[in-house]
Design a protein around this ligand. Sequence first.
Ligand SMILES: [Zn+2]
Length: 313
Amino acid sequence: MLDEFVLDQKIVTTILKNAVEKNRYSHAYLFETNGYKNANTVALAFAKYLSCPNHYSNNKNCINCTQCNLIDQNTFSEIKIIEPDGLWIKKEQLDSLQAEFMQTAVQSQYRIYIIHNAEKMNVSASNSILKFLEEPAPNIIAILITDNMYQLLDTIVSRCQIISFAKNGETKNSMIEKIIDSIYIPTTVDKLTLDKYMETVVHFVEYYESKKENTLLNTQNLWHNVIDDRDKILMAFEMMLLLYKDILNFKMNRKVEYYDEKLSLLQKIAEKNSMKELVKKIHIVHLTKEKIKLNVNQNLLIDEFILEIRCNI
Ligand SMILES: [Zn+2]
């Protein structure tokens, strides 16, 4: 089940579970494996999660559920898996699937088809699936899986929500290492203490997002006690910029680049902000970062920043 993959593929499993919990799933997913070996199994686990009336992501919780039992026994009629027949996936395979799916589902609310090695669809198969994707039936969900997205027709790709898997081992890179590689680190800052600054920035944003301009009353504790010189302010705003960009990534179901260990916070803030608000905030963080380079009053900068967001959003 999906929960087995949380460690390997935290972002993918979070996106998929959210979609179901909020009832905002897509009619077509394109799983880009990036070489991850268990993508097919994740697809089946997701299909099972959708089909289970209790929406359990952990098998152990689902007792006496007909759907889960049938899926485990491979006798569930509403999930179909298509694999290359020889070298290619052929039109006939998709035609018979479509004919079958025209009938109403009997064992579940959804009918789901999973296409392994989707890049192996030949031209007529691609056109056949395209027609299916162009006119999605309400309760039919497609999951296409591919190692090479660029071999698929653009028109197919553009109709799918892309779910990009983390490369094997990629998650081992710690959050702070990825951030160090991408921002300005002043010579006065010891890399071993960077965690402290990053946590300060994350906590500040979390606090601001819930208390808004009341944050002004608490900037000494939240900010000045740790971020105490010009270089550190610059670094802190660069960290904040990456954080808001990741919140936007999360909101758009794109890959979270840096703060993947803070997913529940990203989710919380993404839900509170519209896409437009996040774009504006990113812009304001960016402008403030530029101001630091001029000789503005460093002590007032964070206050101005809070007010700037307040006035513009
Ligand atoms: Zn179940």
